[in-house]
Design a protein around this ligand. Structure first.
Ligand SMILES: [Zn+2]
Length: 133
């Protein structure tokens, strides 16, 4: 259920409105003065984000930008970073890939890091849609 923040154009208060359905969110009124002149605020804290939404928010280009070089050391550093950030959430194995690269095993995932990252996100999303919550 969404919670949105607005700035009211009449009483100039910042208000939070909790909607029971998406349909009701189409016609918000200020809880303080009843005005319909509400300006939506973009708030990161007010929104209760699902795992699915968090997965959508992962900026692949930005994460790939952390890859300083494509050699094994560069890959290992990057994979460690991705592991700290994502292994818990995505169920990915970036830390393991980093260890492989460190011990000279040259994991196949190094050859296309973009695919490796996208694939981890995709698999996590599939797991999401399989679960019934
Ligand atoms: Zn108001």
């Amino acid at each position: 259920m969404p919670i949105y923040q607005y700035d009211c154009g009449d009483c100039e208060r910042a208000v939070e409105i909790f909607f029971r359905s998406a349909a009701k969110a189409a016609d918000p009124r200020c809880p303080e003065c009843g005005s319909a002149r509400l300006q939506r605020r973009i708030s990161k804290v007010a929104r209760v984000r699902s795992t699915g939404q968090r997965l959508d928010d992962i900026n692949i280009a930005e994460e790939l930008g952390h890859l300083e070089s494509k050699d094994e050391r560069g890959f290992s550093r990057w994979a460690k970073q991705m592991g700290d950030k994502f292994d818990g959430e995505l169920g990915s194995n970036f830390r393991e890939l980093a260890q492989k690269a460190d011990s000279g095993l040259n994991p196949v995932e190094r050859s296309d890091v973009k695919f490796t990252l996208e694939n981890s996100i995709r698999r996590a999303k599939e797991k999401q849609s399989d679960s019934t919550d």
